[in-house]
Design a protein around this ligand. Structure first.
Ligand code: NAD
Ligand code: SER
Length: 319
């Protein structure tokens, strides 16, 4: 039976991955952790939570021993835009945190899931049909930590036999928790703004094309890879996965099919635009399909319909 620790569990992915893992493996099997405390919310009791700063090895080790953890889903990180504001902190959290998680995993024999990103690519990477194995010269601190993280996870597998696995996520779209300061955050904000205000000012230009994925597919990717037959895995720590390749104009047009009055305008943020321009337009995820059966289920139309249907009542309830 798996005993799981999730770091960065209060973020955009963790707030949905923890319930999904608890549903699959049982409440008592999944310990959530973060450097923040869970919100004091009378309706939602957090059954198993540990305060952990992932850059500190000793508390991480204590929690792994205390709960007899055998698998760590390491989500704690600074995302691309925040990392560009605070590159030194991003290095400490993204690299220091991963190194300490891998060290504790080495001591205790834990498996580790580490999410890399399309940010691990750079401006010299082929932009269309970006291959699984290709040139990676990222120009952001986030990308540097993701490319190095992929290599470090490979090293711990090859050198110490630690069962490390990971995917390169595209921008993730979801409605449970807000995104944490990434370049793709616009693709979440646009839905909130459409439902609340009927209009959105986008910080990326209208034709900025990036890979995206709806959160239910992202959760399926995490579980699918961690449950995959290790004998079939050739790549392990950096599987390209995607569901759609879209621009702000295309998302806006799809929203307009449901909310005809929706309007979008643009006030481009040069920092985030430069980050987006350095990333691929559309990555090739055939290695994930071949090695562990990955396939996305939500395209832009299905994701937009579901987002609006689920988010609408939540925003209505907030008013
Ligand atoms: P997020 O920013 O929403 O959440 C990160 C969490 O980490 C936060 O709850 C934060 O409090 C916590 N954290 C920060 N510093 C910490 C520390 N020192 N110790 C412990 N916890 C700390 O991020 P997310 O979107 O949930 O992303 C999770 C992982 O997935 C990250 O590695 C990210 O790079 C990767 N990823 C995310 C996306 C996306 O679109 N969301 C895309 C590609 C990759
Ligand atoms: N959504 C993430 C970001 O923009 C991609 O890794 O930082």
């Amino acid at each position: 039976m798996k005993k799981i620790l999730v770091t960065g569990a209060l973020g955009q992915i963790g707030s949905e991955l923890v319930p999904a893992l608890r549903q699959r493996y049982g409440d008592a099997q999944v310990i959530a952790s973060d450097i923040r405390m869970p919100p004091a919310d009378a309706g939602r009791e957090e059954p198993a939570f540990e305060f952990i700063d992932c850059t500190r090895q000793s508390p991480l080790r204590s929690v792994v021993h205390k709960h007899e953890i055998d698998t760590i889903f390491h989500l704690a990180a600074l995302l691309s835009a925040v990392a560009e504001e605070k590159p030194h902190v991003a290095w400490d959290v993204n690299m220091g945190g991963l190194y300490r998680v891998l060290e504790v995993a080495r001591e205790s024999g834990c498996a580790v899931f580490f999410p890399s990103s399309i940010g691990a690519f750079g401006p010299t990477t082929p932009k269309r049909g970006t291959p699984q194995d290709t040139l990676q010269r990222p120009t952001t601190m986030y990308g540097v930590t993701k490319a190095a993280g992929e290599l470090l996870c490979d090293y711990y597998f090859q050198r110490f036999g630690i069962d490390t696995r990971g995917v390169r996520f595209p921008g993730l779209i979801s409605y449970q928790a807000p995104p944490g300061g990434g370049t793709t955050d616009y693709a979440v904000e646009i839905f909130y703004a459409a439902l609340r205000h009927g209009r959105y000012t986008c910080f990326l230009g209208p034709d900025t094309r990036l890979d995206m994925m709806y959160m239910p597919d992202a959760l399926r990717a995490v579980v699918g890879l961690m449950e995959a037959d290790p004998g079939r895995l050739v790549h392990r720590n950096s599987f390209n996965v995607t569901a759609m390749s879209v621009t702000p104009e295309e998302i806006a047009a799809e929203i307009r099919r449901h909310l005809p009055g929706f309007a979008i305008d643009y006030d481009v943020d040069p920092v985030r635009q430069a980050i987006a321009d350095s990333w691929p337009d559309a990555i090739d995820d055939r290695a994930a399909a071949e090695e562990w059966g990955w396939a996305a289920t939500f395209d832009l139309a299905e994701m937009t319909a579901d987002m609006l249907a689920k988010l609408g009542p939540r925003l209505g309830a907030d008013r």
